[in-house]
Ligand binder design. Structure first.
Ligand code: FPP
Length: 235
């Protein structure tokens, strides 16, 4: 692997709807194209030897979209899992899902649980999808779990550290992202991995997610490679 590459890349995949509208297509065409890009970027990440890729696929707020669009997205997701989980198993990928997965339709929850179980032993790229995800809720839940452990006498309040909180997040098994990419030009974090991206480099591109090709991905890696990371220190 290129030593200048990030170990963990997180991506806010934004702009499917705007891309479709710009072409005069219904918004759902944008999501269909978005799934193709997901495929392309997973392959590119594998080829570049990236170890962790985390994709923001559906936020807690996204449930408020029109019912028809939400149903379409759930259908796409279900289809995606049917088609890709077997392939992931064969291709040495680790499938992972984070977020309030209980909000998802039950058949999808089941497929995800199977996917996670069946790919756990793999050693290649760890691909994490965030579904029904809210970073604030994740942090609140971690606090609730820690408070429960305090009540049970498993840990003392004065023993709670940053590490304790990290270990109670959905991402307990993942290193923090080194690079956060956002497509479609918006300068926002949108409730994604707030705790985990404390020292991540940010890369925002004007391209809509359906336009985020392998070349765009490589451009983001290249930009990252030229950054000097200081973690708040003077180097
Ligand atoms: C943002 O575009 C995208 C989403 C809310 C969904 C992202 C979903 C995919 C890329 C496909 C689903 C993924 C899988 C694995 C099945 P937007 O609709 O917010 O675009 P807009 O901001 O232009 O409206």
């Amino acid at each position: 692997m290129n030593p200048n590459h990030p170990q963990h890349i997180a991506i806010i995949m934004d702009g499917n709807g705007r891309w479709a509208e710009k072409q005069g297509f219904p918004r759902i065409r944008g999501h269909e194209m978005g799934v193709r890009r997901v495929e392309e970027i997973i392959r590119a990440a594998q080829d570049e030897g990236i170890k962790y890729l985390t994709l923001y696929a559906f936020s807690k707020e996204n449930w408020q979209r029109p019912q028809a669009e939400v149903s379409f997205l759930m259908g796409l997701l279900s289809q995606y899992l049917d088609q890709k989980l077997k392939e992931m198993k064969k291709n040495n990928l680790v499938f992972n899902a984070i977020g309030e997965l209980r909000d998802l339709p039950e058949p999808i929850q089941k497929k995800m649980a199977e996917g996670m179980r069946d790919t756990r032993q793999n050693t290649g790229l760890v691909i994490t999808f965030a579904f029904s995800y809210s970073s604030r809720r994740e942090i609140a839940e971690a606090c609730r779990k820690i408070a429960g452990e305090v009540l049970k006498g498993l840990i003392k309040p004065e023993e709670i550290t940053e590490q304790t909180l990290s270990e109670h997040l959905y991402t307990a098994n993942l290193p923090d992202p080194d690079l956060l990419v956002r497509t479609s030009g918006e300068m926002r974090i949108s409730n994604f991995l707030l705790w985990q991206i404390s020292y991540a480099e940010l890369y925002v591109t004007e391209k809509f997610w359906p336009e985020f090709t392998r070349e765009e991905f490589l451009a983001a890696l290249d930009a990252y490679g030229k950054r000097e990371r200081r973690f708040g220190q003077i180097l």
